[in-house]
Design a protein around this ligand. Structure first.
Ligand code: 5RP
Length: 218
């Protein structure tokens, strides 16, 4: 089985977490794309979706799934999204696709966050994957200096602007032993919009695609 087939299997397993007649929160990335395609097959039993990126919104619409503004809805039973890394506590690093801020907002609203991933994303300690930080453009150098003070090696993701018009710094070289603490510290730096640590709002369920099928962790 290829990694892509494992992602697809995890994404399809997430359909079981989608209640009837609800609006579904939808993430961003190749695994989330598999989820969108699976959602299209059951679109008759949902009311629509809220997307965490313009790219996912476009894919949902291409399947004829109505896309709502988050401000227009009052509850979101479930959010389904991938991750770049996820540990045993279901704390994650996200933002490889630069959609971290909208992902974090939709995850914060959702009653349940279902993470879908292939087995390579599961780690003992977060931080091998460089931590994405979304930054207001004029604050880029200031934030980079502050991230160095925190022990990281920030690298500007050149040529990338987020859906919110901001830039991304990818922070290398951090072994993240207290994800919730670091998440708060980075968010305190002036000019940071948010960072890709999902510890304060961790996943509630992890559906992990493996060679032996989809494993479920809570
Ligand atoms: C996008 C994300 C994605 O969930 C993360 O990058 C995983 O992507 P993929 O499913 O393609 O492996 O956080 O900002």
């Amino acid at each position: 089985m290829t990694l892509d087939e494992m992602k697809r299997a995890a994404a399809r397993a997430a359909i079981a977490y989608v209640p009837d007649n609800c609006i579904v929160g939808v993430g961003t990335g190749s695994t989330a794309n598999h989820f969108i395609d699976a959602l299209a097959e059951i679109k008759g039993r949902i009311d629509g979706a809220v997307a965490s990126s313009e790219a996912s919104a476009a894919r949902l619409k291409s399947h004829g799934i109505p896309v709502y503004d988050l401000n227009a809805i009052d509850r979101l039973p479930v959010y389904v999204d991938g991750a770049d890394e996820i540990n045993h506590y279901l704390h994650a690093i996200k933002g490889g696709g630069a959609a971290l801020t909208r992902e974090k907002i939709v995850a914060a609203v959702a009653e349940q966050f279902v993470c879908i991933a292939d087995y390579t994303k599961r780690v003992e300690t977060l931080g091998r994957f460089p931590l994405p930080v979304e930054v207001i453009p004029m604050a880029r150098s200031h934030v980079a200096r502050e991230l160095v003070q925190l022990g990281g090696r920030p690298v500007y993701r050149e040529g990338v602007l987020t859906d919110n018009g901001n830039v991304i710094l990818d922070v290398h070289g951090m072994s993240i032993v207290e994800p919730g603490k670091l998440e708060g510290e980075i968010n305190q730096i002036v000019g940071v919009v948010t960072n890709g640590l999902f510890a304060r709002r961790r996943a509630d369920v992890l559906l992990l695609g493996t060679e032996h099928g989809v494993e479920t962790y809570r």
